[in-house]
Design a protein around this ligand. Sequence first.
Ligand SMILES: NC(=O)c1ccc[n+]([C@@H]2O[C@H](COP(=O)([O-])OP(=O)(O)OC[C@H]3O[C@@H](n4cnc5c(N)ncnc54)[C@H](OP(=O)(O)O)[C@@H]3O)[C@@H](O)[C@H]2O)c1
Length: 309
Amino acid sequence: MKAVRIHQYGGPEVLSLEDVQRPTPGPDEVLIKVHAASVNPFDWKVRQGYLQQFLPMTLPLTLGWDFSGTVEAVGAGVTQFKRGNEVYASQDVTKGGAYAEYTIAKESDVALKPKSLDHIHAAGIPVAGVTAWQALFHTANLRAGQRILIHAAAGGVGVFAVQFAKAKGAFVIGTASGKNQAFLRELGVDEAIDYEKARFEDVAHDVDVVLDTIGGEVQERSWKVLKKGGILVSITDPPNMEQAAKYGVRAAIHRGHPGAADLTEIAELVDSDRVKTVVDTVLPLAEARRAQELSAHGHVRGKIVLRVA
Ligand SMILES: NC(=O)c1ccc[n+]([C@@H]2O[C@H](COP(=O)([O-])OP(=O)(O)OC[C@H]3O[C@@H](n4cnc5c(N)ncnc54)[C@H](OP(=O)(O)O)[C@@H]3O)[C@@H](O)[C@H]2O)c1
């Protein structure tokens, strides 16, 4: 089968489209024929070697951590899926393997894909959607009526976070550049902030939850928008707990992990027309390099997806 692998860490040039052995599912694993794989910032961060100190991986490595496809075969002990099921999933963070014609996932990480979406749109959901879902509902415990500030609301995670928060009944403040202001309002953002024109901390106030998708100085400037007892959830830089204590707020880092139950709930929201996937760019598997370059540029609207089958 074809797969996009790296044999060493480095720039986009280390990505190589190769013929490799099709994997065989072990016990409790599912072999999936990949129709589409999504591209996340995590992918090029791994490729560059930025994460190797705390997330060692075995090279050569097939990149890609989420996909949509069809079950091809199941390993011993698999009871929930059979050949032909249309599924989507994110994969074990240390293994990946979605930039390929076939990939393996644990049965417990796989869910039936939304029926109303094609594979291209379904593939855009698992990593970004589950991260947004878990950060909002497992870590921040966002409730109806609360105010949430979502940084990078037009990005992969942000697009889902906005829609999930609106579906929950929260008041949503979102940041993006000028070109994405109308897009944010279409998505359902109640108050869109153009970071090129205003400092978000001059506009947002009394916020219950900040979803920090950027880190660094954006995180440092976020403390003051929170009300006492509020929470900042970062999916990038670990928050400074001393700063949190100084402002009388809580803080947490959220590291996303596969979540089949979350994917099933998301599929219901999608199929009931309450959440959509926004796909910015679709490229063939052979153009994974260009896809990662676009992602690393940092201004994708929604998702980049690789068409595999
Ligand atoms: N912890 C986890 O499990 C986890 C999971 C997924 C992602 N992440 C991390 O979370 C971060 C976001 O991921 P993602 O997939 O959403 O990224 P992404 O799709 O690449 O984000 C792109 C978006 O960022 C926006 N943006 C750039 N600079 C901004 C700024 N200063 N203020 C507001 N918006 C800004 C852009 O909007 P404009 O074009 O309008 O500037 C664009 O829409 C990445 O660092 C990723 O690695 C972590």
